[in-house]
Design a protein around this ligand. Structure first.
Ligand SMILES: [Zn+2]
Length: 75
């Protein structure tokens, strides 16, 4: 059974620091990349988040940020 079209889509926002914030579409809690990097489930309500490019980028974003700050100190 394919119910993907009816599933609520996660909400992506950018916070004041320029970091991406993922908001669970089911309980509206803010999720951190560490919350979903192992399992794509909301830790608050257990909602299964669709794994797509946006979710992968969200998980990878802090890795890229720390890589940039290590490679270019003071950048
Ligand atoms: Zn949730």
């Amino acid at each position: 059974m394919n119910d993907d079209k009816k599933r609520k889509q996660p909400i992506y926002r950018t916070d004041i620091h320029g970091h991406t914030v993922l908001i669970c579409p089911n309980c509206f809690e803010k999720l951190q990349p560490a919350d979903v990097e192992t399992y794509p489930y909301c830790p608050y309500c257990n909602y299964r988040l669709p794994v797509d490019e946006q979710l992968e980028e969200f998980i990878l974003e802090p890795v890229i940020h720390s890589w940039v700050s290590k490679t270019y100190p003071g950048f």
